[in-house]
Design a protein. Structure first.
Length: 147
């Protein structure tokens, strides 16, 4: 499943970058994230995420790792998580660019693969629920950075 979008944030590119690459600041914006632990100097993370697609719910435990960091322009991260009977793999990329007046455009894309029991039971709900969760995430990021 491919997800992508963009958002204009009324803040400098450096301020947006600093927020998005700080797990302690960005985690509260992510729906379903129950906990996050920073590993290896901020390059790797361990997290627990609860997600539901209608009546089908799962709690994933997994790790994420920055693949590329080009401050304050581009970052790429990959994550792998497992829940009973299901697995999820995500590769996400974000690009920041200046947007007049004194704002930042954040463009993002994510390639999400969910396999196993969750995928077989909730296939039709995955795309709309995933889009809704990403909209909630980026709305929360925008609100927090602009505050």
């Amino acid at each position: 499943m491919q997800l992508s979008g963009s958002v204009i944030i009324q803040a400098s590119r450096q301020k947006v970058w600093d927020f998005l690459t700080d797990p302690h600041r960005v985690t509260p914006c992510a729906p379903g994230v129950e906990q996050v632990e920073v590993l290896e100097g901020g390059q790797k993370f361990r997290a627990t995420v609860a997600i539901g697609f209608g009546a089908v719910k799962a709690r994933f435990n997994g790790e994420a790792e920055w693949l590329e960091l080009d401050p304050p322009q581009r970052a790429k991260i990959k994550a792998h998580g497992a829940a009973p009977g299901s697995v999820a793999d995500i590769v996400a990329d974000m690009t920041l660019s200046d947007s007049p007046p004194e704002a930042t455009e954040l463009k993002w894309m994510a390639d999400v693969t969910i396999a196993g029991q969750l995928a077989s039971l909730a296939t039709r709900l995955m795309m709309p629920v995933s889009q809704k969760l990403t909209q909630q995430f980026f709305a929360a990021v925008k609100k927090n950075v602009e505050a």
